[in-house]
Design a protein. Structure first.
Length: 73
């Protein structure tokens, strides 16, 4: 469920097909520059009502999903 919501946010912000967003995708793979990444992170914070301040260096979408899931517990 978390992955699906995050994938939808990424796909919407990057104007791409949701099927292109995979757990192993990096933001480089998705061709997201720093502005897009910032917009994605803000949308995730709003959607899940969490803070991503301590996220660190997420290597791929799976890292982001794991972090969000941990914050929701």
């Amino acid at each position: 469920m978390t992955f699906e919501k995050i994938a939808a946010i990424i796909a919407e912000k990057l104007e791409m097909d949701i099927d292109a967003v995979k757990l192993e995708s990096t933001f480089d793979d998705l061709e997201a520059d720093s502005l897009y990444v910032a917009e994605i992170m803000m949308e995730i914070e709003e959607t899940f009502d969490i803070s991503l301040d301590n996220l660190g260096d997420a290597e791929c979408v799976a890292d982001l999903v794991d972090y969000v899931d941990a914050q929701l517990k």
